[in-house]
Ligand binder design. Structure first.
Ligand code: GLU
Length: 400
């Protein structure tokens, strides 16, 4: 009997949609491991550490004390108050950030999507410094706006500049996605650089979506937040969460800091999509933000370990002088130029495939970030594994 035909024509909403390549790589690595292959996964942008104990303890307590029900769509008042208090201190200049300006969502990915969907639509263009995290392009497109890739220069760590943004702007430009420290390059924008970009955006009345999920993971002193430098928050959406800094990827808590009218719209939107994020996860995020030294010490230890891995990885990469790598000052990624770049088409994918098939190392091809000549190597994995994998990358590179 012929099987029933279950094919379908996807709606126009998702006709162009591509699955997240960053997620696909780690799922493929997991599947190969399940088949018995000893894959070292440097694909996932996920800290390997356990969520700090005081946070887990607070979550267990919350579960036994009622954190099992719906909460306010926008997030519990306790969590939003803690987020707003931190943001107020960060912002300074006597400006009070209110819990009404915060929307808590199920991961900063949802926060970004809420903002894209509520701010951009058909006919709008959104500037995306490139390379950028794979999901920005898709989220903007899902909102039916046009993602405009602003290709940056590797010689400057792929930093976007006001001049580059202006060169890609049109009368339809409505927003710009910013991210520092940057996924996938690890580049960290200085105070002056970020200030200049925000000033241009303000002059042009563009919305700025400032993704600060890696802010706490910086190696050259504290990284600058848009809250530190923006003249005005009128068209600023700061996106943050607990996933990366507190090793809480699975808890799915992110948030936006924006304006009351936008927060209301995003809350209404979220009330029809996912409603509140998990009550117990919100309690855990509250503990992350309010436990003080116990948790802050654990975060500092994790950052120190990331730094140690970064330094070890860079030292091994330096043994092969032909390898070009962007010197990273934050996040936990190395962006490496693939062998054959410039001559081989999609050299990053070719190299990533060879690393996986012949060397049991999973990395993300640069095409995910619209830079096909590169690969992204995550060092959010235990030191000896990172060292072993980087040695294999060097061997594979030298043999290419
Ligand atoms: N943001 C991480 C990454 O870039 C996690 C996976 C994802 O959400 O893309 O690898």
């Amino acid at each position: 009997m012929t099987p029933p035909d279950r094919s379908f024509a996807p709606s126009a909403n998702v006709a162009q949609l591509k699955e997240s390549a960053t997620i696909a790589v780690s799922q493929r690595a997991k599947a190969l491991r399940a088949e018995g292959r000893r894959i070292i996964d440097l694909g996932a942008g996920e800290p390997d550490f356990e969520t700090p104990e005081p946070i887990r303890r607070a979550a267990k307590h919350a579960l036994d004390h009622g954190a099992t029900r719906y909460t306010a769509t926008q997030g519990t008042i306790e969590l939003r108050t803690a987020i707003a208090a931190r943001a107020t201190v960060r912002r300074g200049r006597g400006e009070v950030i209110s819990p009404d300006e915060i929307v808590v969502s199920s991961g900063s990915k949802q926060s970004l999507f809420n903002a894209c969907f509520c701010l951009f639509g058909a006919g709008d263009e959104v500037l995306i410094p490139t390379p950028s995290w794979t999901s920005y392009y898709e989220m903007v497109a899902l909102a039916r706006a046009r993602p405009v890739a602003v290709m940056c220069n590797p010689a400057s760590g792929f930093r976007v500049t006001p001049a580059l943004l202006e060169a890609h702007a049109t009368p339809q430009t409505r927003g710009v996605m910013l991210n520092s420290p940057v996924n996938p390059t690890g580049t960290v924008y200085t105070h002056a650089e970020l200030g200049a970009i925000l000033a241009l955006a303000r002059e042009r009345s563009w919305w700025v979506l400032s993704d600060e999920i890696y802010l706490r993971i910086a190696y050259g002193g504290a990284a600058t937040s848009s809250l530190d430098v923006a003249e005005s928050r009128d068209r600023l959406v700061v996106v943050d969460g607990v996933a990366k800094a507190y090793a809480m990827t699975g808890w799915r808590i992110g948030w936006t800091i924006s304006t009351v009218p936008l927060a209301r719209t995003m809350t209404a939107f979220q009330s029809h999509t996912t409603f509140n994020s998990a009550a117990v996860s919100q309690a855990a995020a509250l503990a992350a933000l309010t436990s003080g030294d116990d948790v802050d010490g654990a975060v500092n230890d994790m950052v120190a370990k990331f730094r140690e891995r970064r330094d070890a990885a860079l030292a091994i990469l330096a043994t092969e002088p032909a390898i070009q790598v962007i010197p990273p000052d934050g996040a936990f990624y190395l962006f490496v130029r693939a062998p054959g770049a410039g001559t081989v088409s999609d050299a990053g994918t070719v190299f990533a495939r060879r690393l996986l098939e012949d060397h049991d190392v999973a990395v993300v091809p640069g095409s995910a970030f619209r830079t096909p000549d590169w690969i992204r190597v995550s060092y959010a994995t235990e030191l000896s594994q990172v060292e072993e994998a980087i040695r294999r990358i060097v061997t594979a590179y030298a043999a290419s």
